[in-house]
Design a protein around this ligand. Structure first.
Ligand SMILES: NC(=O)C1=CN([C@@H]2O[C@H](COP(=O)(O)OP(=O)(O)OC[C@H]3O[C@@H](n4cnc5c(N)ncnc54)[C@H](O)[C@@H]3O)[C@@H](O)[C@H]2O)C=CC1
Ligand SMILES: N[C@@H](CC=O)C(=O)O
Ligand code: NA
Length: 817
């Protein structure tokens, strides 16, 4: 025999009640169940409000009408006209009694807990009577049971304690007398020895179900609710949360302790004591298996079962020498709080015993403080105890699961996920059962924390990266195309979900925490975007406080650079193809690196040198493994490489530069390529990464342009000057060609000196054979002494650059995680 309990939403409308009756009918085919019902959704709140309104002398009539209407609508819709009368009559009697009670409260202006329980009882009585009657029309043998007669409690109105022995006897007798009938039992309500109605407190209907289940040794207790069982986290916070098929009683207790509203832990104790399985099912998806809570759970591969949280908590810190070695101190403290019904959510104590921190509901904090001041007056006067301090606006996050027991690395994983996301932990507690590790953090960080921790533990799910992109030009656009193409591959092979959460260019910016569409981001940005504002973009990115964020700078502007520092300090990684950050002051370059390291985030800029070619990471790996760079020789301007590889025969210099620009090799301002500045930036970045604290002014640059071109004040002027100086470039070309040589613009780093020079090289030179926008770099190091390590390939162009940015983003998402 099963006990089926249906909550407020499951009895909340005619439609849902039909489903309920179908489910009960199906169960009846096997064995007549006991069905425990809650009040219709919203009714208990209305009754509470009405009681309080009556106490204040306010008019509660509208509420009463609302409750009536809710029930009557169901009766009209689910019963044939001829069968409606007895239900209307009975409900009207209930409502008259209720009105009399409310009138009495209004007259006396006094609402005792006892009267309140009596008032609240009408919620369950109305819903249960009505539904049992509809059921008897459907399948007969349905009996309305006022459960308050059978569950006997003490007189602690509002939260009465059950007299188990007497209750079990009464339930058993009643059940025997009514065998074969489907019993529809009011949840939540009980009565004391004198027969006065009491209520069972929060989650009371679940408790009723557990009490009945335990009394009758039911084979199972099914809790029918409006969600798919217990989930790995609150699905309103974590979109990826999923339902757990099985949980042990302890896990369910721990999970629901902090938050999971699905069931309220104490209600399970009677079932727990008798090892009766509790199955949580969804009335709106009855075929879904739900969650089974039982004692013999199968071994699970999940490292933890879930993450629970409470988003409002305060902590109280007590410090002082008076606590050290005083055996009775915490006993006195916590029995004081318990006596005054202050629920202590979590406790930590330093091993020096010099301080105790405990968490309470914010509404209990000030009472707790005054109680402590009173209780420990002597210690406070004698300065053996400091005045207690309260911290508000905090939240608790707890990871729960029996698999944590004796598994090293669990807390490491938790804290590194929190640390990487810049979440400060205020207090920590681990139960010695090792089923639960709880941390107290700022309330503002809770959503980010739960998501980051969920990602860190449920690694079979896709890890989400929230990407904020600045720049929608040549590189930015191409990156979006590549991301769009590769999304399915990433999801399948890297378990990575890349969400472009924000986009800005100089005109517009737009955000979407579900991820912007990469199909039509441009139209979206132009039509729905707001006016761009760089500071606003960065501020919004920080304020969203999402986990695993990456800021991507695909601009050539200086303005974004000043935000990098603050972005790192907000624990957000930076990926940039913009060379201006790393090639400004050395102090700033150093500070970026130090800050990123300090905050445990990544700073990737592979495309600063040689576009997507693996140059920066090659150098980084050489340096990290202790190698020393003796010399670097390189061609690192894709534009100039292209020009020198194509400026031959009849090709004109001006036309070749134009081509390079059209092919997307040049900087937004091509003068930066031709005047050597772009190359200088790359050499400077390499030198710095190789350990030389150089400034831009330390790099010697051979100029390849005539004075007039260098002095051009606009790109247009610049191109005119290139045309006007055609003869100069022809001469350069011919001089080289006449000697059987080619022009090469080559950078060199040696002994901490950097220079970039124009050279004419013959076919004996390793840099002779290049084509297209090729870059080439050769590293001579302690380990690559006789033959250098060489990287060569296309070093400019939108595809290869965007690919490099893409790879950096993926590395943030996957490396060392
Ligand atoms: N073209 C190539 O082969 C390579 C380019 N790069 C770098 O890529 C970067 C981007 O180059 P392109 O895409 O060609 O430039 P682009 O001029 O086509 O696009 C720049 C984008 O940045 C946006 N932008 C500029 N300032 C902004 C601000 N303050 N706030 C928001 N958005 C802003 C612009 O609106 C535009 O959408 C440059 O830093 C360049 O050095 C790096 C390696 C290779
Ligand atoms: N404009 C640059 C592009 C890569 O950084 C170049 O020509 O090399
Ligand atoms: Na590179």
């Amino acid at each position: 025999m099963k006990v089926l309990k249906f909550g407020g939403t499951s009895v909340g409308s005619a439609e849902n009640i039909k489903t309920l009756l179908r489910l009960v009918g199906e169960e009846k085919q096997k064995n007549s169940p006991v069905v425990v019902l809650s009040a219709m959704s919203g009714v208990t709140n209305l009754l509470t409000d009405m009681a309080e309104m009556a106490e204040r002398g306010e008019d509660y009539d509208a509420h009463l009408k609302e409750i009536e209407a809710k029930h009557f609508a169901v009766i009209r819709s689910l019963l044939p006209a001829a069968a409606q009368n007895p239900v209307f009559t009975r409900l009207k009697i209930f409502f008259n009694e209720l009105e009399d009670l409310l009138q009495a409260v209004a007259n006396l202006r006094e609402l005792s807990l006892q009267t309140k329980d009596q008032i609240l009882s009408y919620g369950e009585r109305c819903s249960t009577f009505m539904i049992s009657h509809i059921a008897s029309q459907n399948f007969g043998d349905a009996l309305y049971v006022n459960g308050s007669d059978l569950i006997k409690t003490d007189s602690n109105f509002g939260q009465a304690k059950v007299d188990t022995e007497l209750t079990e006897m009464l339930i058993n007798n009643f059940y025997q007398e009514n065998k074969g009938k489907v019993l529809f039992v009011t949840g939540f309500i009980a009565s004391n020895a004198a027969g006065r109605v009491t209520t069972l407190g929060r989650g009371g209907s679940d408790y009723t179900a557990a009490v009945w289940g335990a009394a009758l040794n039911a084979e199972e207790i099914e809790i029918w609710t409006d969600v798919n069982g217990m989930m790995t986290a609150d699905p309103r916070i974590v979109k990826k949360a999923f339902s757990l098929p099985e949980l042990s009683y302890t896990e369910a207790m721990e999970l629901s302790y902090f938050g999971a509203k699905v069931i309220y832990p104490p209600t399970m104790i009677p079932a727990f004591m008798k090892k009766i399985p509790i199955v949580i099912k969804n009335t709106f998806e009855p075929d879904f298996a739900g969650t089974c809570i039982k004692s013999d759970v199968k071994a699970s591969s999940l490292p933890i079962k879930g993450i629970s949280s409470i988003d409002h908590i305060s902590i109280i810190n007590l410090t002082g020498s008076g606590m050290v070695g005083k055996a009775g101190f915490s006993g006195r403290l916590f029995s004081l709080l318990s006596r005054e019904q202050i629920n202590v959510v979590l406790i930590t104590q330093s091993s020096s015993e010099h301080s105790i921190t405990f968490a309470v509901k914010p509404t209990d904090a000030s009472q707790a403080i005054s109680l402590i001041k009173k209780e420990f007056e002597l210690e406070l006067d004698a300065k053996k105890l400091e005045l207690p301090e309260v911290e508000n606006n905090l939240a608790v996050l707890a990871i729960v699961g029996e698999n944590m027991k004796r598994t090293p690395g669990m807390s490491g994983r938790l804290f590194s996920a929190l640390g990487r996301n810049g979440i400060n932990v205020r207090a920590i507690a681990q139960g010695s059962s090792e089923y639960n590790i709880s941390v107290i953090i700022s309330k503002d960080d809770l959503s980010k924390a739960v998501n980051a921790v969920h990602d860190a533990f449920f690694t079979d799910l896709k890890r989400t990266l929230n990407v904020f992109c600045l720049g929608t030009g040549n590189i930015g656009k191409t990156l979006f195309n590549q991301l769009k193409e590769q999304m399915p591959f990433l999801a399948a092979n890297n378990d990575l979900q890349v969400k472009v959460t924000g986009i800005s260019n100089t005109r517009k910016m737009i955000f979407n925490t579900d991820g912007l569409s990469l199909e039509n981001w441009e139209a979206e940005l132009n039509t729905n975007g707001e006016q761009a504002d760089l500071a606003g973009f960065v501020a919004k990115m920080k304020a969203l406080n999402l986990p695993n964020c990456v800021f991507v700078d695909n601009t050539a502007a200086e303005s974004p650079i000043e935000f990098y520092q603050g972005i790192f300090e907000s624990s957000i990684s930076v990926v940039t193809c913009n060379k201006k950050g790393n090639s400004a002051d050395f102090a700033q370059y150093k500070s970026f690196k130090d800050t990123a390291r300090k905050f445990g985030v990544d700073f990737y800029y592979e495309t600063n040198v040689g576009a997507g070619l693996p140059i920066i990471r090659t150098l980084r790996e050489l340096m990290m493994s202790g190698d020393k760079v003796a010399r670097i020789e390189a061609i690192l301007s894709g534009t100039i490489s292209y020009i020198f590889n194509n400026f031959k025969g009849d090709a004109g210099f001006y036309e070749t530069v134009k081509e390079a620009q059209e092919l997307g090799y040049t900087e937004p301002d091509p003068r930066d390529d031709l005047n050597g500045k772009d190359f200088m930036r790359k050499m400077l970045i390499l030198a710095r990464d190789a350990g030389y604290p150089l400034e831009a002014s330390d790099v010697k640059i051979d100029n390849i342009l005539p004075e007039a071109c260098l002095n051009a004040t606009s790109v247009e002027d610049f191109y005119s000057e290139l045309q006007a100086n055609a003869a100069y470039f022809e001469n350069l070309k011919n001089t080289a060609a006449n000697d059987g040589k080619v022009l090469r613009y080559i950078g060199k780093l040696e002994n901490g000196n950097v220079e970039i020079s124009l050279q004419m090289v013959d076919d004996s030179h390793p840099f002779y054979m290049l084509s297209g926008s090729d870059n080439i770099i050769s590293f001579t190091t302690d380990r690559y002494k006789t033959r250098p390590l060489v990287v060569k390939g296309p070093g400019a162009g939108a595809e290869v650059t965007a690919a490099g940015v893409f790879a950096d983003i993926i590395n943030v998402g996957t490396l060392n995680k």
